[in-house]
Ligand binder design. Structure first.
Ligand SMILES: Cc1cc2nc3c(=O)[nH]c(=O)nc-3n(C[C@H](O)[C@H](O)[C@H](O)COP(=O)(O)OP(=O)(O)OC[C@H]3O[C@@H](n4cnc5c(N)ncnc54)[C@H](O)[C@@H]3O)c2cc1C
Length: 387
């Protein structure tokens, strides 16, 4: 199956494909059954330097940019693997890179680039605030040269498999700030020092193998030196990192869509019913062709968003549209793929049902479809704010 930009980063794509071939469906099925973390796969990507492509060379990364990172994650998903176990190791450090001080960057970035430190957890979402991030209730109270954290986070993915975590907390009460986006701060929390000393992590079992958790903070003490940027400006820092995250997750969705289309096409060619391959019927062909057209169109938006990001151009609308269109394309392709497989779409050994469950997430996280539509309506089309 050809696609519109297979030639971008051809060498990187070939290396990723070779690496992923060592982790076939049987590997993922076994982990999925027991909801275990794909440590061997993450180690392989780390050793190959794939998770350090966004870190500048001066800190030991390859500084290749977002389009290269997108190509890696797309290939991972196209191969039937799942980047969710470690994709955040690529981009969470962006907040530190952009807003951290020289000392913080010199201390952490080379270790992250070398894979010796994992910074792949970020705690933003809370149970009562949901999408309304400025309503979070977790607080950080200054106490001499430390901050004391109290509150709760939910859906903090990979917290059990990360050394460090970016945490958003309120340092000034919402009713004491001029704007609700003020008074929030970002901290780098060393999870190794925190668990059992004011931080409790509880895993949440989900419909797919995602290593997500909820966190409880009870007087957790964090050095003031771990504040990123200025106190009270954390909301902007988190927003800054969102475009990269959305573009990278969109590229995973493109990979998923391509996996579903390839699987459906192969099955439609070989499955014979009524003495003909099912793929000879237009009722089977057309949904596959439609999914293909949709995923190729979405891929162009992902590519444009990544190009703008790497060029330092504004890319908010493109990053959001890329995430929306790619998640929709992946979900449409998933539905088509199950239908093409008939009953076998539900059988574990075909991997279709696993990928179907995995790709469903991206209608909701890291930002839900509705919130992207609301963003486009308000910020691009200048319609009145709806919430
Ligand atoms: C598996 C998983 C992993 C995650 N990992 C992380 C992580 O690592 N770190 C982290 O901080 N968060 C993480 N999240 C949280 C994720 O970002 C949120 O689930 C997502 O942003 C939606 O928030 P919510 O679940 O609170 O939904 P809610 O805000 O409660 O919304 C529920 C529904 O209502 C809709 N809705 C809400 N308000 C409006 C409105 N004004 N207009 C129209 N529709 C609206 C939403 O679109 C959604 O469909 C993860 C979530 C999941 C499920």
């Amino acid at each position: 199956m050809t696609s519109t930009h297979d030639d971008d980063f051809a060498e990187i794509r070939t290396s990723v494909r070779a690496l992923c071939a060592r982790f076939p469906g049987s590997y993922w099925r076994e982990l999925d059954r027991e909801r275990r973390y794909p440590q061997a796969f993450v180690d392989a990507l780390t050793e190959a330097g794939m998770l350090a492509v966004l870190i500048p060379e001066q800190y030991g990364g390859s500084g290749l940019g977002l389009a290269a990172a997108a190509a890696i994650l797309e290939e991972v998903h196209k191969a039937g693997c799942n980047g969710a176990a470690c994709h955040a190791q690529m981009y969470t450090m962006g907040t530190l890179l952009k807003h951290g001080n020289a000392q913080q960057k010199d201390r952490y970035l080379p270790e992250i680039a070398a894979g010796r430190l994992r910074l792949q957890a970020f705690g933003v979402t809370e149970p009562t605030a949901g999408t309304d991030t400025t309503a979070i209730k977790t607080t950080a109270r200054r106490d001499g040269d430390r901050y004391v954290i109290n509150g709760q986070k939910v859906w903090t993915s990979r917290a059990e498999h990360s050394d460090l975590m970016l945490l958003l907390a309120r340092t000034t009460a919402r009713d004491q700030t001029a704007k609700r986006t003020e008074g929030l701060s970002v901290f780098l929390v060393d999870l190794r020092e925190s668990v059992g000393k004011g931080l409790t992590i509880r895993p949440i079992r989900t419909m797919m193998n995602h290593a997500t958790t909820e966190l409880f903070f009870d007087e957790l003490s964090v050095p003031a030196a771990n504040l990123i940027g200025e106190e009270g400006k954390g909301f902007r820092y988190i927003i800054d990192g969102m475009n990269a995250e959305r573009i990278l997750i969109a590229s995973e969705c493109i990979g998923d869509a391509r996996w579903f289309i390839a699987a459906a096409t192969a099955y439609a060619k070989q499955r014979v019913v009524f003495a003909r391959p099912i793929g000879q019927n237009q009722g089977i062909q057309f949904p596959i062709a439609k999914a293909y057209a949709g995923s190729e169109a979405a891929a162009l938006m992902v590519r444009e968003a990544a190009r703008r990001f790497d060029a330092g151009e504004p890319c908010g609308p493109q990053a959001n549209m890329a995430k929306l269109l790619a998640a929709d394309a992946a979900w449409a392709a998933a539905d088509m793929c199950i239908q093409t497989h008939g009953g076998f779409g539900f059988a574990e050994e075909f991997d279709v049902e696993r990928k179907f469950r995995e790709t469903r997430l991206y209608q909701v996280a890291p930002v839900s479809t509705n919130l992207i539509l609301a963003y486009l309506a308000e910020h691009v089309l200048e319609l009145p704010r709806s919430y």
